[in-house]
Design a protein around this ligand. Structure first.
Ligand code: SME
Length: 151
């Protein structure tokens, strides 16, 4: 287990969901260089709603049929976008964003939240970060179940 996933597991011992995810967004933001946004979107009332994050203020509500985050919800698969300018319905919360990694958190076969990370340079994200964030998503899903979190 690498250091960032170990640290994330440590933060997931915190029983309050907002407190735990706030620290995890800060940890992600400080652990990787060249990021301009790192945070969470929650699935609430048929849409994605902004959760704890680090970075500039961002879109508060995203419909399931829009953007990289909407595609992550629909496919239940990680979206690794090397160049957001090539994604016609990409939602630019920060015009500096050039690449993006969005990972679904799956509980009982449903996407319940997403980890979303933006970078101000193209092709920032590789298989290594993707695997680390997919491990983080699995650990968050386990914590969600064991702490009886609600969205
Ligand atoms: N770029 C995302 C929107 C969320 S922000 O990046 C924080 C999208 O296209 O869905």
């Amino acid at each position: 287990m690498n250091i960032i996933n170990e640290q994330i597991r440590g933060f997931l011992e915190e029983p309050d969901m907002i407190a735990a995810l706030s620290n995890i967004s800060a940890l992600i933001n400080m652990s990787y260089d060249n990021l301009n946004w790192a945070g969470f979107y929650f699935v609430r009332n048929g849409e994605l709603v902004l959760g704890p994050f680090q970075g500039k203020p961002a879109c508060t509500h995203i419909p399931f049929d829009k953007g990289v985050c909407g595609k992550t919800y629909r496919t239940k698969e990680t979206q690794l976008v090397d160049d957001v300018l090539q994604v016609p319905d990409h939602i630019a919360c920060d015009s500096a964003s050039r690449s993006e990694l969005c990972v679904p958190v799956i509980v009982n076969g449903e996407c319940i939240m997403e980890i979303d990370i933006d970078a101000p340079i193209p092709s920032r994200f590789d298989e290594c970060i993707k695997k680390e964030m997919e491990q983080a998503a699995e650990d968050i899903a386990s914590a969600y179940v064991s702490h009886l979190w609600k969205l």
